[in-house]
Write a protein that binds this ligand. Structure first.
Ligand SMILES: Nc1ncnc2c1ncn2[C@@H]1O[C@H](COP(=O)(O)OP(=O)(O)OP(=O)(O)O)[C@@H](O)[C@H]1O
Ligand SMILES: [Mg+2]
Length: 428
């Protein structure tokens, strides 16, 4: 029987029509169990259609690495396909700038796979207020990003500040934002002035809210210009938004949530608009792309879309996963804890890439989505994986199949990996 290439995420119709076109090299099929498993056929991943994917696995098993392999492959797509796509990586750990450096750590492993170390021209953006810190640390970046305070709703602020809209602080917040709605582009300064001018709230409440906004100013992300989504998502581009710096702050996750929420909303809006234009121009025989189909990759996704509670990113991300297919938006959630991410993220995923897992609630979370067509024991599958970093099982809803795979080694440097005293410890 001739060896058959696996294209995960691609259904039979597309396979017959397009073959491998519009797919990326992802790894190899693992056949056999545990130590006796062998690497066999290449495995590809469809990027021509929108997908919602979940990459999970316990600590240090290769999740962020796998996310970076997908990013690397974007650069290797033929131009005519790459120009129809763009990718945004939400980098919570500050590790994906290393796409810009070749992988000199795993040269032996790369050779076994017939690959060479290579650097990729990803565009790295860091928060505007902390550019100097990044410069001091010698982290290479291309530009800084900021957002407009006026793009955030009262609910966004209340979620970021952890206050309820029915509390006195929340009531004042809502009134202030409503008052400002008429001005086009206001900043924190105008918000504070409006708080001070309020005649209904008590001085204490006004002071309390003002303090929140003063601390928000220290997040270093607000400016009147804001970021241009057209620039970050221009055709063929892979952008890394480094939000790791906020890890130093007590409100770190709130700030990141605000950013991811705002970006998701804007990407959705822009792509809905772009899709309409694309359809019209296709009808008229021309095809022009403003913002191409977009892949959004989010590390530590359970922090943005948790199963319990709500963040400023929760609703916008739910919209992306539920309604992103038509406007051509793909989302890749990366998480250590599938049991902690909102069930929508899992139930809407058509691709699940699971590295080793051990916690029972995490198995349960995955099991829940499989009931429809799979009867096997997922735990057994995962336990049968060889204990090699980068091994994973893939549940593919498009072909209704499950595969064991080994993700290919990275061509670019992997920052943030597990420190090791050994060189190139991988055997395959
Ligand atoms: N496909 C692979 N091929 C070879 N080595 C790999 C592969 N995937 C992961 N590794 C190795 O495993 C290490 C840990 O991977 P990674 O940083 O992606 O873990 P993680 O699952 O994201 O962990 P955490 O949950 O702590 O963020 C890497 O530094 C690398 O050495
Ligand atoms: Mg990681």
């Amino acid at each position: 029987m001739p060896l058959r290439e696996i294209i995960i995420g691609r259904d039979q119709d597309d396979r017959e029509k397009y073959g491998k076109k519009g797919s990326i090299y992802f790894g190899k099929h693992l056949v056999g169990e545990g130590k006796d498993s062998n690497l066999t056929n290449p495995v590809y991943l469809d990027v021509a259609r929108p997908h919602v994917s979940l990459i999970c696995g316990k600590r240090g098993q290769g999740k962020s690495y796998t996310g970076a392999v997908i990013a690397e492959e974007f650069f290797r797509l033929p131009d005519e396909i790459r120009q129809n796509l763009s990718m945004l990586l939400i980098d919570t750990m500050g590790i994906w700038w290393s796409l810009k450096n070749p992988n000199e750590q795993q040269i032996g492993l790369l050779k076994k796979w017939g690959l060479d170390p290579r650097k990729f021209d990803a565009s790295v953006y860091v928060p505007k207020g902390f550019k100097e810190e990044y410069e001091k640390k010698d982290v290479p970046f291309d530009d800084s990003f900021s957002i407009r305070a006026s793009e955030l709703s009262a609910e966004d602020w209340s979620l970021a500040f952890g206050i309820s809209l029915v509390d006195p602080l929340g009531v004042l917040l809502e009134r202030v934002i409503r008052r400002l709605e008429e001005s086009e582009n206001y900043g924190i300064e105008e918000i504070i002035e409006t708080i001070q001018r309020d005649e209904r709230a008590s001085e204490d409440v006004k002071q309390g809210l003002e303090n929140r906004f003063l601390s928000a100013e220290e997040w270093g992300i607000f400016s009147k210009e804001g970021l241009s989504i057209e620039e970050i998502l221009s055709p063929g581009k892979v952008s890394v938004l480094d939000v790791s710096y906020f890890g130093h702050m007590s409100s770190g996750w709130s700030v990141r949530g605000l950013l991811v929420g705002l970006l998701s909303r804007r990407i959705y809006r822009k792509r809905v608009e772009a899709r309409r234009k694309e359809e019209i121009s296709t009808i008229r025989g021309r095809k022009k792309i403003d913002i191409p189909m977009t892949w959004v990759v989010i590390d530590e996704a359970h922090q943005f879309l948790p199963d319990e509670g709500k963040t400023p990113a929760s609703d916008p991300l739910k919209t992306l996963v539920k309604e992103g297919r038509q406007p051509g938006i793909s989302v890749v959630f990366i998480t250590q804890r599938p049991g902690r991410i909102h069930p929508d993220a899992i139930s809407q995923s058509d691709l699940i890439i699971s590295h080793r897992l051990t916690a029972r609630p995490d198995f349960e979370a995955l099991r829940n989505i499989m009931q429809t067509y799979m009867t096997f024991d997922i735990k057994k599958y995962i336990n049968n994986l060889p204990r090699k970093k980068g091994s994973a099982i893939v549940l593919d809803d498009n072909s209704e199949r499950i595969y064991s795979i080994k993700v290919r080694p990275r061509m670019s440097w992997h920052a943030g990996g597990t420190p090791s005293a050994f060189e190139d410890e991988e055997e395959f």
